[in-house]
Design a protein around this ligand. Structure first.
Ligand SMILES: *[C@@H]1O[C@H](CO)[C@@H](O)[C@H](O)[C@H]1NC(C)=O
Ligand SMILES: *[C@@H]1O[C@H](CO)[C@@H](O)[C@H](O)[C@H]1NC(C)=O
Ligand SMILES: *[C@@H]1O[C@H](CO)[C@@H](O)[C@H](O)[C@H]1NC(C)=O
Ligand SMILES: *[C@@H]1O[C@H](CO)[C@@H](O)[C@H](O)[C@H]1NC(C)=O
Length: 402
């Protein structure tokens, strides 16, 4: 399994915890050992760290290049040895020398015992797999007594872990989505936000995961969350909705059944709503219409010809934000391609004529800006395409014999 940069971060974090914790772990292992083997082990203080001193000396003389290889090979350390090597590379040489002298004073039996213990320790401290890390995070989430802070941290970890497609596919086997969906009900808005984000990330371009999450009934709740008074929460909820139903006919049917279309219209018809949310909404409109165009046998939804809805999409082109304008143009283009599209509604009710002309002038002005020139030209080409479709449809209408 390929490791993502995210799991690299987790590995490094664990490594640091490990490095800070190792002396303690070894010391306690030592105490246990002492109790069991009081006869053998008389010299108990401070020597376990040094039980690898012999190896350390060898490791220290290894060339730098090899150390770098080790740490790059799997986005972390390939083994405990690799980690120790790294640790040694970063520790005080004088201390190392001292411990290696200490170790020479140990009897062969002691040395052997310590080596055995260290080996057992290495087995125990094997780098956990992503599946194990996901399970640890899930156990925390599924425990009602963990603190808000730990819950938050567990979700942040999952957000990184579910990104690789293999992990996303494994996640449901651990019962993960049910647990994360549960978090959508959490009283803390930030917890709900990250839970939605995880669902969106995992279902992105993944039909299997889309279906799993849809079957667990998360869509209705995510649609409701788009109305949240927290913009951050609303934005991630709409991101998740979009990822869940993208190119997914069954998901889209569920979306309409849950009045997702009205939610979109609410977002688009209110100009005081945060622009990030409006961008996501208009992008989703483009996506839904495109899917409709790819499945011509499906009956076109009345929603796509609602005058108020169409006007709210066309109105997005009045924004100063070019990205929003572009997303709106894509959506309008797709909407115009629908069989039921009525160009007169676009012209008279939505003012598409004026909107296209306003954009033409604005883009023309932008072309004198060296930085924006290429972008403005691409936009103008898209705008011209929309205008052409619009004019052609208008022509068809006027040519219809009476
Ligand atoms: C531990 O070592 C001390 C001397 O350092 C010695 O007197 C004592 O008998 C030893 N105890 C055991 C259990 O070996
Ligand atoms: C749940 O979390 C609490 C507090 O962190 C912990 O003490 C307890 O052991 C956990 N329960 C389970 C079943 O993991
Ligand atoms: C969460 O806990 C419940 C019992 O409280 C258990 O049935 C369920 O399997 C747990 N889920 C996960 C993913 O650990
Ligand atoms: C428009 O959005 C703002 C900000 O989210 C909200 O306060 C207001 O109630 C909304 N207006 C309508 C008519 O929904």
């Amino acid at each position: 399994m390929k490791r993502s940069p995210g799991s690299l971060a987790i590995c490094l974090l664990l490594l640091l915890l490990f490095l800070f914790g190792i002396l303690e772990v070894i010391a306690s292992a030592n105490r246990v050992h002492e109790n069991n083997n009081n006869n053998n082990n008389n010299d108990s203080s401070s020597l376990y760290w040094s039980s690898t001193a012999k190896d350390e000396v060898d490791l220290l003389s290894k060339p730098q290049a090899q150390q770098e290889d080790d740490s790059d090979s799997d986005g972390g350390f390939s083994s405990l040895e690799g980690m120790l090597q790294w640790a040694i590379g970063h520790s005080d040489p004088a201390k190392l020398k001292e411990t290696s002298q200490d170790v020479q004073r140990l009897s062969p039996t002691d040395l052997k015992n310590r080596q055995t213990e260290l080996k057992e320790l290495m087995e125990k401290l094997k780098m956990p797999s992503d599946a194990q890390l996901m399970q640890i995070a899930l156990d925390d989430l599924n425990n009602s007594s963990v603190s808000l802070e730990d819950r938050h941290r567990a979700l942040q970890e999952l957000l990184i872990l579910v990104e690789p497609i293999d992990n996303a596919n494994d996640f449901n086997k651990l019962g993960g989505f049910a647990v994360v969906i549960q978090e959508l009900n959490h009283p803390d808005s930030d917890i709900r936000r990250i839970a939605a984000w995880i669902l969106g990330t995992a279902s992105q371009n993944n039909p299997v995961v889309q279906r799993q999450i849809l079957e667990l009934g998360a869509l209705a709740q995510l649609i409701k969350m788009v109305k949240s008074s927290s913009v951050e929460e609303a934005t991630k909820a709409l991101y998740a909705v979009s990822a869940l139903i993208r190119s997914n006919v069954a998901g889209q049917e569920l979306f309409y059944a849950e009045a997702g279309d009205l939610m979109l219209q609410d977002v688009l018809s209110n100009s005081s709503i945060d622009i990030r949310l409006r961008k996501k909404a208009v992008f989703l409109v483009g996506d839904l219409t495109e899917c409709q165009l790819e499945n011509m046998e499906r009956a076109e939804l009345p929603f796509f010809s609602s005058h108020i809805f169409l006007k709210s999409v066309v109105d997005q082109t009045a924004s100063d934000d070019l990205d929003l304008q572009e997303k709106a143009l894509v959506a309008i283009k797709n909407l115009l391609h629908l069989r039921m599209a009525d160009p007169l509604v676009f012209k008279e009710f939505c003012g598409l004529d004026c909107a296209l002309e306003r954009m033409r002038q604005q883009l023309h002005n932008l072309m004198s800006d060296e930085v924006l020139r290429d972008y403005a030209m691409d936009m103008e080409s898209l705008r011209g395409e929309v205008e052409l479709i619009f004019r052609r449809k208008l022509g068809e209408v006027t040519q219809v014999p009476t």
